[in-house]
Design a binder for this molecule. Structure first.
Ligand code: G3I
Length: 380
């Protein structure tokens, strides 16, 4: 991204005055941000996800670190529908407001996650008060109310939205979720994009999913993107969640996906990056949150500390990934980590609960790990 287009991207369709203001803010931020975001400032945004715990307990130490090293933030949980609208018409803005205020205060690129997802939907979303299932028209109405209220509250503050999350089921085509089944087809996806664009024409709208290197998923999504382009469905980017491990996925497949989505005019976002260092439980590498395997000590080999050889492999894996990202810096707008330090990663509990994982750049004491220094060194 050129510096001008990056500024426009940060601001949406910014006025000249707003742009001048942003320039002043950027100078201020540059002084403040001396870590990763500043090192990769000419390449892409470097983001992190902020947990509910950080927001609820006002973890100042962690927030200071985040402001130093990152220039983009994603709401890990606080904007999911079950949290922000736990019952129809009942909104809980507390943590979402704190999240947006933090990003605004630090001139960060703010990502709203996620408007439409099959998981973490409130119990009453797909049913009437008597428990009977809602129909297609009611679903559209509820979706519109949800998107309109959420986007409306933060219009002009949130620059990017994960509009639809995980609507494709590996290489089986559209996921047969409650959204799909109630609608009777996948039209809810394009409906969500059209509505989001109408509500905030300057917002950057992305489709976000895991295992995006999967050739079957890639081929299906490329066909969808071609169809959307032909029919003018407003989608601007693709989010590759990037929940990867030491040995998976094959980075050539990952690269093929970056190229394939970009060839359809999509900006690329690596939206939920971390590197799982633990043994793969029964060959499972997905991110479908309902998955849960039984704990065993064998599956949790580094409960006390991470051995040096695995730490080295973690560092090397991050270096390989960032070399790939740098190679495609013309296509990639943002690389966001799914959390800041190992202690808060969802990977400690997924797909096996109660393990000790080490997937991020900062350890449990908030100290930068060798992988962090290696990524900084890549830019020197
Ligand atoms: O808030 C409750 C808390 O009150 C309770 O004490 C605790 C006990 O387990 O649970 C807390 O809720 C948890 C919530 O995270 C907040 O920590 C849920 O059980 C837990 O299921 C939830 O997990 C989140 C998961 O999405 C499901 O929404 C993870 O933190 C979050 O990292 C993960 O993120 C998803 C992305 O949104 C989409 N892509 C995949 C990614 C990983 O699944």
């Amino acid at each position: 991204m050129t510096s001008i287009s990056r500024r426009q991207f940060l601001m949406g369709s910014a006025s000249l005055a707003a742009l001048a203001n942003l320039k002043a803010c950027a100078i201020h931020s540059a002084a403040e941000r001396t870590g990763l975001a500043s090192a990769y400032g000419d390449d892409f945004l470097v983001g992190t996800a902020i947990s509910n715990d950080t927001l609820a307990n006002d973890n100042q130490h962690l927030k200071t670190l985040i402001a130093r090293d990152f220039n983009a933030i994603t709401a890990e949980n606080c904007m999911k529908s079950a949290l922000v609208q736990p019952r129809q018409g009942q909104w809980d803005w507390g943590l979402a407001d704190r999240f947006v205020n933090f990003g605004t205060q630090h001139d960060m690129h703010i990502v709203g996650h996620a408007l439409v997802w099959h998981s973490q939907v409130p119990d009453d979303f797909f049913v009437h008060t008597d428990g009977s299932p809602i129909d297609r028209d009611e679903l559209i109405q509820r979706m519109e109310t949800h998107i309109r209220t959420l986007m409306g509250r933060y219009k002009g503050k949130i620059q990017t939205w994960d509009v639809v999350n995980e609507a494709i089921d590996e290489d089986k085509g559209w996921r047969k979720s409650a959204w799909f089944n109630t609608m009777g087809n996948a039209d809810y996806v394009e409906h969500a994009f059209r509505l989001a664009h109408e509500l905030d024409p300057s917002a950057h709208l992305i489709y976000n999913d895991y295992n995006m290197h999967n050739p079957g998923k890639r081929a299906f999504l490329v066909d969808v993107l071609k169809d959307y382009k032909r029919r003018g469905v407003p989608i601007h980017g693709v989010g590759l969640q990037s929940h990867v491990g030491l040995d998976y996925p094959d980075l050539q497949e990952f690269e093929a996906s970056i190229e394939a989505y970009a060839a359809q005019g999509m900006r690329i976002h690596c939206t939920e990056l971390e590197v799982d260092v633990l043994p793969v439980a029964w060959e499972f590498t997905g991110a479908e949150i309902s998955t849960d395997f039984e704990y065993s000590d064998q599956l949790n080999p580094y409960a006390d500390a991470l051995p040096t050889d695995i730490q080295e492999r973690l560092t090397e894996r991050y270096v390989q990934l960032f070399r790939l990202f740098l190679k495609h810096r013309d296509k990639i707008d943002r690389v966001t980590f799914w959390g800041t330090h190992d202690g808060e990663s969802w990977k400690n509990d997924f797909p096996v609960r109660g393990r000790t994982n080490y997937p991020l750049l900062f350890d449990r004491e908030l100290q930068p790990k060798p992988a962090y220094f290696a990524l900084m060194a890549l830019k020197r």
